[in-house]
Design a protein around this ligand. Structure first.
Ligand SMILES: *[C@@H]1O[C@H](CO)[C@@H](O)[C@H](O)[C@H]1NC(C)=O
Ligand SMILES: *[C@@H]1O[C@H](CO)[C@@H](O)[C@H](O)[C@H]1NC(C)=O
Length: 583
């Protein structure tokens, strides 16, 4: 009949249209992916050429000179450069060689910056003039996380779609460090979107842990951690939104510092997730030792340079009166926050650090966070996906993702109702942290506001509790475990980051110092670790055989007391030296 005929025509037309649409979409996305693949080849070729160049440059330094420079720690290097015992040029050449060695081991470098050599020569030339006053960090090479703006160099965040994003100017923090004499000499690897704590992207591949290649170097400043943990740099600049300088430092065995967020500029950061401004991505130093961290922060805050560039930055100079040596502080400590228990070794190093800091005259008292860890974590999850993950999904659209990184995207595609159901099931099983991860994402603006209020309440309660107990700082675990296998971070709930993320939520400055490593005894004690939830079970099972992997502690103080944290980091280092550690 006429009606049947009409219906059939319609069906065929719609089907045909759907096929055409699918083909067009497929071709469009194939075209984009082919374009990315071609550009990736170019980026890799540039990286490899820069590494070849660095290999040749490093050969130009004499064996004796090289050995002399390699043996220097941060302060020795700084003093030698100030005194003119070594030139900025030869230091740079030596560090080019060390960085290449680290890269061969861990795949941590995205580019060596050739211009660094002319920067070094220019400094040496200036130094020949006797009226020239050397800046405090004269000639010290600086490695920089690829996500931080460097004029003229790729700034991809591990995203193929950003592969041709070349900033026109340096980040203000980098500008200031240049003013102070530092020379950015290489860029280091990051995970795609910089939103996880493992280190894989489709452009530069995976960076590995220098102490065990089957383990991750952490993230998102993962390349920085791998480079510093294997001696390829003496200090670097990373950034931290939920632990991104502290986690790689903890996994790879170096130091890191996340400043009070508003004391650094974030004006140039193009990518905000809904957590901003409650939680702000903050640039922060990573280094072989605490002394380097202090000198970088002292230089960064030596005047109002950064706040002049960006008036939204709080103009506070480095407060020497807070940092002064010999001050005794009252430090509260805990080896578990009561929300998720760290593995045995990660708790042990906190108890050891208590003794180390007592030996420096500080007063250490047990401290309990109460429900602040859990509540702040819930608050963060409530705001992190306030846009339903739209921003992150937009970034991941058409991105070639390694299988390991897929969960990052999949979790955002699952309708929220499934999350809620999964959450209820987890709750029934008594796995409260995993339940929080699934259930806390917000449905509407009221939920988001409730999350923000939760975080503000936690801030207020914590500050009050510290005041009531007369406590200046806190000492606590950095991470729940030593470096886990590469795929653990993307396949377990992000609750794993709560032990660092809490200090982003609280807006507290936080420092990390590596104080030891995982022992045979920790390995034995791991067997009796009570693994309650999904995350704990994964950690217990997959972090076995960790003997020798670095362990660290975290030191935090209320907002704008950055100098207190730096003081205690240095005291911890001093105490370790007195204990006889080679630090
Ligand atoms: C990391 O990413 C690269 C490029 O997409 C991929 O080839 C590689 O297998 C990934 N590594 C891991 C450990 O998944
Ligand atoms: C927002 O969503 C929550 C459930 O997540 C609901 O209880 C609440 O009534 C909603 N508020 C508004 C204003 O729609």
């Amino acid at each position: 009949s006429h009606a049947d005929c009409n219906c059939l025509t319609w069906t065929i037309s719609i089907l045909a249209l759907a096929v055409v649409y699918t083909v067009i979409q497929y071709r469009k996305s194939s075209k984009i992916k082919a374009h990315y693949a071609a550009r990736t080849k170019v980026a890799l070729r540039e990286r490899d050429q820069s590494i070849e160049w660095a290999r040749k440059e490093t050969m130009l330094v004499s064996e004796d000179e090289r050995k002399k420079i390699e043996a220097m720690d941060f302060r020795q290097l700084r003093d030698a450069l100030q005194a003119g015992d070594v030139t900025a040029e030869s230091v740079l050449q030596v560090y080019c060689g060390l960085a290449v060695k680290s890269h061969e081991k861990t795949n941590c470098i995205t580019k060596i910056i050739k211009e660094a050599l002319s920067d070094a020569r220019e400094l040496d030339q200036k130094a020949k003039d006797h009226s020239y006053k050397k800046p405090p960090l004269f000639g010290i090479p600086l490695s920089v996380k690829e996500q931080i703006e460097l004029a003229g160099h790729r700034n991809t965040w591990g995203l193929a779609k950003q592969i041709d994003n070349i900033p026109k100017e340096d980040s203000y923090q980098v500008m200031k460090l240049r003013e102070e004499g530092m020379i950015p000499f290489c860029q280091t690897n990051i995970p795609v979107t910089c939103m996880t704590y493992t280190c894989n992207n489709s452009i530069y591949g995976t960076s590995t842990n220098p102490h065990n290649s089957r383990r991750t170097c952490g993230g998102s400043s993962g390349g920085e951690g791998a480079l510093l943990g294997s001696g390829g740099s003496i200090c670097g600049l990373g950034s931290d939104l939920g632990g991104s300088v502290r986690i790689p430092a903890a996994y790879c065995g170096c130091c890191a510092f996340k400043p009070s967020p508003t004391r650094c500029s974030t004006a140039q950061i193009p990518f905000a997730i809904p957590m901003r401004p409650i939680i702000t991505l903050t640039e922060g130093p990573m280094a072989q030792d605490s002394y380097a961290i202090v000198e970088m922060m002292r230089a960064m805050w030596s005047d109002t340079y950064i706040s002049n560039k960006d008036p939204l930055t709080v103009p506070i100079d480095f407060r020497e009166e807070l940092f002064k040596e010999g001050k005794k502080f009252r430090i509260g400590y805990y080896d578990t926050d009561g929300y998720i228990d760290p593995l045995p070794g990660n708790r042990r190093v906190v108890r050891e650090a208590v003794d180390l800091l007592k030996s420096k005259g500080h007063d250490l008292v047990p401290f309990s966070l109460g429900d602040i860890a859990a509540e702040s974590c819930r608050g963060v999850f409530a705001i992190a996906l306030a846009d339903g993950g739209a921003k992150v999904l937009d970034r991941l659209k058409n991105e070639p993702l390694a299988r390991m990184m897929m969960p990052l995207k999949l979790v955002l595609y699952v309708p929220m109702i499934f999350g809620k159901v999964a959450g209820w099931i987890m709750k029934l099983y008594g796995d409260s942290p995993t339940a929080d991860f699934f259930m806390c994402p917000s449905k509407n603006a009221s939920d988001v506001q409730a999350g923000i209020d939760k975080i503000y309440d936690c801030r207020k309660n914590l500050c009050q509790k510290m005041k009531e107990n007369d406590i200046d700082l806190l000492l606590c675990p950095t991470t729940l475990s030593p470096a886990p296998p590469h795929s653990l971070p993307t396949t377990t709930p992000m609750t794993a980051m709560h032990s660092t993320m809490i200090w982003n939520a609280m807006d507290f400055p936080a420092g990390v110092v590596t104080t030891g490593s995982w022992t045979e005894k920790d390995e034995t004690e791991l067997e009796s670790y009570p693994a309650h939830g999904i995350l704990e079970r994964a950690l217990k099972k997959r972090c076995k055989n960790s003997v020798g992997l670095p362990l660290s502690v975290q030191i935090v103080a209320p907002s704008f007391r950055d100098e207190l944290v730096l003081r205690v980091m240095v005291d911890l280092h001093e105490a370790m030296k007195e204990r006889g550690d080679a630090v």
